[in-house]
Design a protein around this ligand. Structure first.
Ligand SMILES: C[S@@+](CC[C@H](N)C(=O)[O-])C[C@H]1O[C@@H](n2cnc3c(N)ncnc32)[C@H](O)[C@@H]1O
Length: 305
């Protein structure tokens, strides 16, 4: 109870919520935050200090500057994690945070010496990216069932529910599934269901899905081939695997803090693994680095034949 009460006290402040919203986009220093928020630097420093002490933001030195980034869920005090995930979900989509995002775009542009187009991350297609992805999803043919293996907080599960008769989110973590269920409920989706457990012991029949998603899940599995084999078992002939993974990185802290078991995968290794299981690759794309991010990702699609 104490940790939950403390989290609620800390976030019951509009300025702190604005700071969290901004840091959920990119790491920023106090000067940049002050410019965006239009408040006195001493006040902003104090609020950032409060958030840091509470474990909600993390500090990183870069030369003479100190940057702050939003804490990962696993860095937030234990009891507060489910609340934290729900809160950040709301904070990120709050309409009245838009003005701050426009100023954030200017800061990003300034960092890059005013080169045109650098606020694209935020402004093109702008905060409407979510609406765009939904609209594009409606162009896909309707599918019977999708499975989201290692669904975490269920954001993708909910998106898939819009184009499938049924979607099943699977995760070994009970707290993650509480967040996923709450998200599906809020979104008003009745065709998403969730199974708690290890995907390798999943009680679903063979060949029951049109789509299997493995988004940032393989790096949590002792043997990543197991995740691919589970996907293969569940897919109908002609079914699609959609995979997103981290490329090799050197951020070893993710082992203790986030429970990663692998520091990313080379795109060629992922391709070889998928082919070894029997998938036919249809696309493999390494995503370009994005500013302020320490990780790069690779996306792949494959068919189970
Ligand atoms: C980094 S999260 C990815 C969440 C989500 N797919 C996304 O892209 O946002 C990895 C998830 O895999 C889950 N996971 C790890 N091992 C698992 C297993 N053996 N079976 C099912 N889920 C597992 C974790 O609990 C965690 O929620």
């Amino acid at each position: 109870m104490k940790e939950m009460a403390s989290l609620l006290r800390i976030v019951a402040d509009e300025t702190r919520l604005r700071v969290l919203r901004l840091l959920s986009e990119i790491p920023l220093n106090v000067t940049e935050l002050t410019t965006i928020l239009g408040l006195a630097q001493s006040g902003v420093s104090k609020q950032v200090g409060t958030l840091r002490k509470a474990g909600l933001v993390q500090e990183r030195r870069e030369g003479l500057k100190t940057f702050y980034r939003l804490s990962e869920e696993s860095e937030v005090p234990n009891e507060g994690r489910p609340l934290w995930a729900l809160l950040m979900d709301r904070v990120r989509t709050a309409e009245d945070g838009r003005h701050d995002l426009v100023r954030l775009a200017e800061i990003i542009e300034k960092r890059a010496g005013g080169a045109p187009g650098l606020h694209e991350k935020l402004l093109a297609p702008g905060e409407s990216w979510h609406a765009w992805s939904r609209m594009i999803l409606t162009l896909l043919p309707s599918m019977e069932r999708a499975v989201d293996l290692g669904c975490g907080g269920g954001i993708l599960t909910a998106e898939l529910a819009r184009v499938c008769d049924e979607v099943v989110g699977v995760d070994i973590s009970g707290p993650a599934l509480s967040v996923a269920r709450a998200h599906a409920e809020r979104t008003g989706l009745s065709n998403a269901r969730f199974i708690e457990g290890d995907m390798s012991a999943l009680d679903l029949p063979d060949s029951c899905c049109d789509v299997a998603v493995l988004s940032q899940t393989l790096h949590h599995l002792p043997d990543p081939m197991v995740g691919l084999k589970v996907a293969a078992r569940l897919l109908k002939s002609g079914g699609r695997l959609i995979l997103m993974e981290l490329l090799p990185h050197e951020e070893a802290w993710v082992i203790d803090k986030l429970g990663h078991l692998h520091l990313g995968f080379a795109a060629t290794d992922l391709e070889a693994m998928m082919e070894q299981v029997g998938f036919r690759m249809t696309s493999l794309e390494t995503l370009p680095p994005s500013r302020g991010e320490r990780f790069r990702a690779v996306q792949a699609c494959a068919v189970w034949e």
